[in-house]
Write a protein that binds this ligand. Structure first.
Ligand code: AMP
Length: 440
């Protein structure tokens, strides 16, 4: 019996893998245009980082972490999210000491959560995200939300709904927590077991409960907006007004609380309904945090970040047919050697052409030329390069234009120039005289 992949994981193959790469490279490009730099924290961290950073009352820490003891009896966890690890990386590497604030970082990679696998929900999935750390300006929040919006529209996603809310400062949240405790006091005994422990640990989490009977009760709970301090109210107004000023469409959703404990002030989610009407829920989310850097041993400075789920982005993009997902034919040159002993020379030509920027495949079978041409055609190769004993002796190679079937012998030392001419991607009106690699 074969061995299958682990439940909740998935293999990414062919056109899907191409799509993931295209999404990731576009997101990276836009982050870099906003002066963000890439970081790659390890997948493994000490469990304590997430318990302290993400928070004991979050579902992620209580139920979803892949935690184990290593052979040295240390409790390690496969990261269930990036933000806490990025804060650790910033503090440990003293990045705040040498950079202007906000320090702007982006990341991309797999995260692990022991959730119930279902459509669009995996146990290993990929996130792309950013963190802007060290500045409390509400306009920094706006820049981050705006960048996320630019990323989504650049991917061609037009039906994005930005939901935004404020969780206020500590004073606001303490007042709100008290109000929620008072509201749920005589109701919580009839709610689910999770809600009963959420009531003790952090009653805000009750608002996230997915149990329908509990949701009925939650509907009448007091709203955050009633408990905001003046400064949090003013901060949120600044954020909303700036987004309006920049024509970024958004809706304020007073029930948005986010599932991770570190958030304060501005929080947001990006929701998507495809043109076919499929509701994908949140394709990305984020928010502001006040004390996370301090929590992991750094200075008491705030930050803001968001992350997109790459799987979700890929699904909506495929659903809306925004990026062609067929595996693009990329083979420029198919290299054929006549005689097994000449394969090593063929490989040297293949490598030179690759270094010149061409996509090259090589035939490793010692088969008839006719068979090799069939393979080249199957791969839609643009040029076939053929070498055998004769060619090696004369210091030449044969190039065949697979479209016109024209074939010519060229000096081995000039074969790249000849291929440049054959594959020049221009029309007869081009100023370069049909060789786009010229300097004109
Ligand atoms: P979060 O870190 O929970 O704020 O999630 C950020 C984004 O990651 C979400 O908006 C989703 O797009 C994606 N995401 C979260 N959990 C999963 C999952 N189990 N499977 C796939 N994508 C997920």
């Amino acid at each position: 019996m074969g061995i299958n992949n682990v439940k909740g994981t998935h293999d990414v193959i062919g056109s899907e893998a191409n799509l993931y790469s295209a999404i990731e490279s576009l997101l990276k490009q836009i982050a870099e245009l906003h002066a963000y730099n890439e970081v790659r924290p390890p997948v493994l961290e000490y469990s304590e980082l997430f318990v302290r950073g993400v928070g004991e009352s979050s579902d992620v820490v209580r139920k979803e972490m892949y935690t184990f003891l290593d052979k040295g009896q240390r409790s390690l966890t496969l990261r269930p999210e990036f933000t806490a690890g990025i804060m650790r990386l910033i503090v440990q590497n003293k990045l705040l000491a040498t950079n202007d604030w906000p320090l702007k970082l982006y990341y991309c990679g797999p995260v692990f959560r022991y959730e119930r696998p279902q459509l669009g929900r995996y146990r290993q999935f990929n996130q792309f995200g950013v963190e802007a750390v060290g500045h409390n300006s509400p306009i920094n929040d706006v820049e981050v939300i705006t960048m996320a919006y630019i990323m989504l529209t650049s991917l061609g996603l037009e039906n994005v709904t930005i939901k935004i809310n404020t969780l206020g400062d500590e004073e606001s949240r303490n007042a709100y927590r008290d109000a929620l405790k008072a509201f749920f006091k005589d109701k919580v005994a009839n709610m689910c077991e999770d809600c009963r422990s959420r009531y003790e640990l952090n009653p805000l989490r009750i608002l996230d409960c997915k149990v329908p009977e509990d949701q009925e009760i939650v509907k009448d709970a007091p709203h955050m907006s009633q408990y905001l301090s003046d400064s949090s109210k003013a901060r949120f107004e600044t954020v909303c007004n700036a987004l309006k000023e920049l024509n970024i469409p958004f809706e304020v959703d007073d029930s948005l609380v986010r599932g991770l404990d570190y958030y304060s002030e501005t929080v947001f989610e990006f929701h998507y309904v495809s043109q076919k009407g499929n509701d994908y829920g949140a394709i990305g989310a984020g928010g502001h945090y006040s004390h996370l850097v301090k929590e992991v041993g750094g200075p008491d400075v705030p930050g803001i970040g968001f992350s997109f789920g790459i799987e979700r982005l890929a699904s909506v993009i495929s659903d809306d047919g925004l990026i062609p997902t067929d595996i693009e034919n990329k083979c420029d040159i198919y290299v054929m050697s006549l005689g097994e002993q000449n394969q090593i020379y063929a490989l040297a030509y293949a490598n030179d052409a690759r270094l010149a920027g061409y996509n090259v495949e090589m035939c490793f079978d010692n088969t008839k030329l006719g068979n090799m041409f069939k393979r080249a055609e199957k791969k839609s190769a643009k040029v076939a390069l053929i070498i055998g004993d004769n060619e090696i002796e004369k210091g030449i190679v044969i190039l065949k234009n697979m479209a016109t079937k024209e074939q010519k012998e060229v000096l081995a030392s000039e074969f790249i120039d000849e291929i440049d001419k054959l594959l020049a991607n221009c029309d007869d009106n081009c100023c370069c005289g049909n060789n786009c690699k010229c300097e004109n």
